[in-house]
Design a protein around this ligand. Structure first.
Ligand code: KMT
Ligand code: NI
Length: 172
């Protein structure tokens, strides 16, 4: 894992876009983002039972797996959105970037590689992209039925109760 401010410069979303300004795990925690590293799946099992994540699946995001829809999917993942539930990802292979908004609405880019696990809180604005290797394999954990539905950011979305709860808990 490596976190830094996104440089906001033009160029493919899959490039590093590293501004050179690093962000610490403590700063991630301030916006409700939790980071863990689990060299084996035992650690994940412990976290899953503690937090009540009963279900999981695995996803591979790559042109080989997805074929012609890969480029479209990668662009969709990169649309700024929130979820009404936590987003938990445990990286099994490859790499990718999660970008999250901080309290000043700036993008923090979090590079994740094998054995990294991230928890994004419900209501945080974020987006995802593969990196320039175009390959990531990740375990997705969820409590009951997965609620992956992304709610894309619009003005009205700030009134969403899950967003408001997030703002109250982490940004005030
Ligand atoms: C997401 O939520 O953007 C994804 O599931 C992307 C693939 S998992 C790293
Ligand atoms: Ni998401």
């Amino acid at each position: 894992m490596k976190a830094y401010f996104y440089d906001n410069l033009p160029g493919d979303q899959r490039l590093p876009h590293d501004s050179g300004k690093e962000v610490t795990v403590a700063e991630l925690e301030k916006v409700g983002v939790l980071y863990f590293r689990f060299p084996d799946v035992e650690g994940v099992n412990g976290l899953a039972s503690e937090r009540g994540y009963k279900n999981r699946d695995e996803i591979i995001v790559s042109p080989e797996k997805m074929g012609a829809i890969y480029e479209t999917k990668v662009r969709q993942f990169f649309d700024e959105h929130l979820h009404e539930d936590e987003e938990i990802r445990y990286i099994r292979d490859g790499a990718g970037y999660f970008d999250v908004r901080n309290e000043g609405d700036e993008w923090i880019r979090i590079k994740l590689v094998k054995d990294d696990l991230i928890i994004l809180p419900a209501g945080i604005y974020h987006r995802f992209t593969t990196d320039d290797t175009n390959y990531i394999q990740a375990m997705r954990l969820f409590k009951e039925e997965p609620k992956w539905t992304p709610l894309n950011r619009t003005e009205g979305l700030d009134e969403n109760p899950y967003r408001q709860e997030y703002v109250t808990q982490f940004l005030k």
